[in-house]
Design a binder for this molecule. Sequence first.
Ligand code: NDP
Length: 460
Amino acid sequence: MKLITFISEENQTAAEQYVQSVYQSVIKRNPHESEFHQAVKEILDSLTPVFVKHPKYMKSGVLERIVEPERVVSFRVPWVDDNGNVHVNRGFRAQFNSALGPYKGGIRFHPSVNASIIKFLGFEQIFKNSLTGQPIGGGKGGSDFDPKGKSDNEIMRFTQSFMTELYKYIGPDADIPAGDIGVGAREIGFMFGQYKRIRGGHEAGVLTGKGIVYGGSLTRTEATGYGCVYFVNEMLKFKGLSFQDSTVVISGSGNVSIYAIEKAQQLGAKVIACSDSNGYIHDPNGINLETVKLLKEVERQRISEYVKHHPQATYTEGCQNIWSIPCDIALPCATQNEIDEESAKTLVANGVKAIGEGANMPSTLEAIEVFLNNEVLFGPAKAANAGGVAVSALEMAQNSMRLSWTFEEVDAKLHSIMKNIYESSVLAAEEYGYSGNLVVGANIAGFIKVADAMMLQGIV
Ligand code: NDP
């Protein structure tokens, strides 16, 4: 008995030192990449119990390998605006890990995009994709191009230039990009057109999030938002709660937010606030989703316009205070680090019961701690927002089979995948002694599958 205790203490120390040394090497090797450091820390903090139980992963250097992308490309994207002026943006693709399948992950167009943002997103994508149970590796790409205020022709010229370089690195069995912030059906369409023109043929499986008429999947548009609500619903059920009659605050008013609002409303919730990068609206009567869709999907307007249609609502400039609106459930669906420690404390003080991360890394590490310490149900991004990539993988399957499934078929598969992700996260948390902690559970469940695949494939 004494010997076992001694060995396990030794294992514990070795595992802690191993995790620390890998984290320090990430900081040293990737200076000034704070978002990437944060994403690595969030995962690594959960993995010590795995190395205590399975020292084999340490021996084969799984962690050192997993934090280093297999490949990152960075390239020039020159384009000409409607007035004939030349602009140069920077494009990226991080092909992080292909142990489970071809690289898969979205493309983000936003002025804040840099190597750190793309690497944090690509790194998280490895574990998220693993959790879906689909055969897909992790990657992410993007550009510091700002689509806001650009004409359709400017968007087309930019995306064509972007794809003229990106096409060299992607393919239906190699790397399959999709949308993300600033990249929706319009941008995917232009990228697909240019890829097809350069490559010849119609390789439908090279991009997901395509239009339904040329190989897209029904339910892909809704998948991330719906999936997030399905996941939160599982968490609520466990505590005997539900969306019915709950008040919900959802940040953002883009793809993920709109369909999170739609599903939450279908489940009987009252969604009272949403936002864009300029500010937020608060409608105590419940958000009118038709108006939000009209403003955001059709007219590409600012969310402030909402109050012209619904005078009982208020608009507040700036985003942070959206979290001061009392609610039962909060779904951050806009961007990274949008809930800091102070906002988390405000949400807790106002009685929030559950958080579901629709966006990637929307809560800071300090905010997550506040939620966990106060027993708020917390659905971490890589589990709660995995519905989008899961349906992307279903789109790839349909493309390969030359089939189209109905909305109901894909929605049922999405629902079941989200339930499985919830259950496997709960089980992993329990198995490693962190019962009820879905951050640890999702990280461990996502990691183990990738680690096993990496070990089977040798030191590569
Ligand atoms: P969209 O571009 O469709 O919408 C983004 C929304 O967030 C917009 O309302 C935008 O406002 C707002 N926003 C963007 N940046 C900021 C900021 N710095 N501060 C406040 N608000 C901001 O993107 P998606 O809905 O696709 O993506 C949202 C999040 O979900 C991202 O974190 C993304 O990585 C994640 N995600 C998306 C998936 C998908 O399938 N689309 C899958 C998994 C995760 P504005 O219009 O003013 O810029």
